[in-house]
Design a binder for this molecule. Structure first.
Ligand SMILES: [Zn+2]
Length: 79
């Protein structure tokens, strides 16, 4: 993989991330920017639905699927 992909929401370079073996994913590209509007926006949405689970969605792309964008659920260590 040589091409640098940028997050369309914050412009930060996406970082390679290997999905859990049971997920069936290979290498994914994930926006790890905690200030990304995609991420911060998802926090508000999800916290509204379930206050006990501090989950957020990070912007991610799947290179094995033509770089199709999707929301990667991410646990938050602290909010
Ligand atoms: Zn981003």
């Amino acid at each position: 993989m040589s091409e640098k992909r940028l997050c369309p929401h914050c412009g930060q370079p996406l970082e390679a991330w290997i999905g859990p073996p049971e997920s069936g994913w290979g290498e994914l590209l994930v926006c790890n920017n905690n200030a990304c509007v995609y991420y911060t926006g998802s926090l508000n949405d999800i916290r509204y639905k379930d206050e006990d689970n501090h989950l957020g969605c990070r912007y991610a792309e799947n290179p094995d699927n033509g770089y199709a964008p999707f929301a990667l659920l991410a646990w938050l260590p602290e909010v």
